[in-house]
Design a protein around this ligand. Structure first.
Ligand SMILES: C[S@@+](CC[C@H](N)C(=O)[O-])C[C@H]1O[C@@H](n2cnc3c(N)ncnc32)[C@H](O)[C@@H]1O
Length: 228
């Protein structure tokens, strides 16, 4: 793990005084009924979910509120895990949050019915090997388990002025100032996402977020797939 990146995220989360709201599209995907998507038709009672890179815990609260029986998370440093766990405990939400990264999640095999990787799966440590993330995601999911994701388009504002090479992007002009110098896996299109995840996942369903948010081009692939 790049020490500098870990310190930046740890600082960001431990200095946060309030938790953010859940992302609108996470709410829509888990609660809504759309022509190509209806995850909530059977309810979430008895089901487990792991929120990879759970940050301040905003989605852990949401998952608890919609009835998941087991709500877990990972974060990249013990400091973030402790801060988020304390916040969940204060809210009376039972969670299991562990230190983990995309290619080493720290939970047992076949533990979960659902994974959420909301703006997380493409973060690399020093390994430059995305296939290890896919394999690790599949390892902790049960067979037929569902992986919900969001992944930026190549021309999303987070990559403005970035340097692209061989399927990776070096960030140079991060609006939030936390990721400059870091390298992320990027995807050319939906077919590329399917190809990269395809060894272990099937039944891809895609939506997109494209939004001019007052000068920031929000452009994300969102969707889910199922473990083979
Ligand atoms: C854009 S934030 C998203 C946080 C959270 N999913 C949310 O929606 O609020 C990216 C998160 O990925 C985590 N992260 C950074 N590098 C990672 C890695 N190699 N493996 C897993 N998580 C990582 C960061 O600590 C951070 O919480």
């Amino acid at each position: 793990m790049l020490q500098e990146q870990t310190e930046r995220w740890s600082k960001a989360y431990t200095h946060m005084t309030r938790m953010a709201y859940p992302a609108e599209y996470v709410i829509r995907m888990f609660r809504g009924n759309y022509p190509r998507l209806n995850l909530c038709d059977k309810g979430y009672e008895g089901k487990s979910i792991l929120d990879i890179g759970c940050g301040d815990g905003r989605h852990l609260c949401f998952f608890d509120s919609i009835g998941f029986s087991k709500v877990c998370g990972t974060e990249i440093s013990q400091e973030i895990v402790d801060t988020t766990k304390k916040r969940m405990d204060e809210l009376g939400i039972d969670t299991d949050i562990r230190v983990g990264v995309n290619n080493a999640l720290g939970f047992e095999d076949s533990s979960f019915d659902y994974l959420l990787s909301w703006n997380v799966c493409y973060y690399l440590d020093d390994e430059m090997d995305f296939s290890s993330h896919v394999k690790e995601y599949a390892r902790v999911l049960k067979k037929d388990g569902i992986m919900v994701f969001s992944i930026p388009f190549k021309d999303c504002f987070v990559y403005k002025d970035g340097i692209e090479k061989d399927g990776f992007m070096t960030i140079t002009n991060d609006w939030f100032g936390t990721r400059n110098g870091s390298v992320q896996k990027i995807f050319q299109d939906e077919a590329d996402i399917e190809k990269e995840f395809g060894t272990y996942f099937k039944d891809f369903v895609f939506g997109t977020i494209t939004d001019d948010c007052f000068g920031l081009d929000y452009r994300w692939y969102i969707g889910y797939c199922r473990k083979k």
